[in-house]
Write a protein that binds this ligand. Structure first.
Ligand code: ADP
Ligand code: MG
Length: 255
């Protein structure tokens, strides 16, 4: 079954509550993310998905409960090291508009002392992986299409070859056709690289496409956590049923 032990996981939350001005963005959430697997957080806007990702790398801190990284409680003094092992793509991609694609890709590696040719070599390697034409490395983000910008955001997250990727609605801003194509490519890339991927979407069909580990959230709570088949066979409550019914084109179910 889908109950990975916290100690075997890349990351885990144990009863984590996180509040903003007294409002619970996460409410006693417990979940474990298995190494090498793609897990997808789904839920409507405001359900706590982005907050959950931010907690994993210490951008937010729980008021109670534990965040575990490689089975150990996350410590503030270990954050730089943890963040080096995590590639993070924020909602909207977060590219710096005043830097070229290569400039964006180079930021972190240069900070760590890579020389220019090492950066360029890695950038070219990732351009090939992400099917981005090498000629685009000298462009500015505003000179790229939405799909190309998302490829660059993913490449930037992969520069240091981190074992874990956190992707916050990486395809959310794209039109359906581009989105469809990128879904196929991303799934292929995740499979090829064997990364631990924790991805956010609010689209159930997209979630089902990417993962066999789904985490459905509502108002800061984890409502159900498991495989799509478990959701379909034994939905935890009416909210899960409604959520499944509201999304068509699901394998083995949906309208
Ligand atoms: P999601 O990513 O699922 O849309 P978020 O994790 O961004 O949800 O937000 C969960 C809840 O926490 C929302 O009610 C949101 O308004 C609130 N929230 C998130 N970040 C902050 C913040 N920095 N300050 C105040 N409230 C916040
Ligand atoms: Mg969000």
């Amino acid at each position: 079954m889908h109950a990975p032990k916290d100690s075997d996981s890349a990351f885990a939350l144990q009863g984590v509550t996180c509040t903003f001005d007294g409002v619970r963005a996460l409410d006693a959430a417990s979940v474990a993310f298995t190494r090498g697997r793609t897990s997808v957080l789904i839920g409507s806007s405001g359900s706590g998905k982005s907050t959950l990702l931010r907690l994993l790398i210490g951008l937010e801190w729980p008021v109670s409960g534990n965040v575990l990284c490689d089975g150990e409680p996350l410590r503030r003094d270990a954050l730089p090291e943890v963040r080096r092992r995590v590639g993070y793509v924020i909602q909207e991609g977060g590219l710096f508009p005043h830097l070229t694609v290569l400039g964006n890709l180079a930021l972190l590696p240069r900070h760590l002392g890579w020389n220019a040719s090492h950066v360029l070599e890695r950038a070219r390697e990732l351009a090939a992986l992400a099917h981005l034409h090498e000629g685009l490395l000298s462009r500015f983000p505003a000179e790229l299409s939405g799909g190309q910008r998302q490829r660059v955001a993913l490449m930037r997250a992969l520069m240091l070859d981190p074992p874990t990727l956190l992707l916050d609605e990486p395809l959310g801003a794209l039109d359906p056709l581009v989105r469809h194509g990128l879904q196929d490519e991303l799934r292929e890339i995740f499979a090829r690289l064997g990364k631990t991927v924790i991805m956010v979407t609010h689209d159930m069909a997209e979630a089902a496409f990417f993962s066999d580990h789904l985490i459905l959230m509502r108002r800061g709570r984890i409502i159900q956590d498991g495989r799509l088949e478990d959701f379909q066979r034994t939905p935890a409550d009416d909210f899960v049923r409604e959520f499944l019914a509201a999304h068509r084109n699901l394998p083995g179910g949906g309208a």
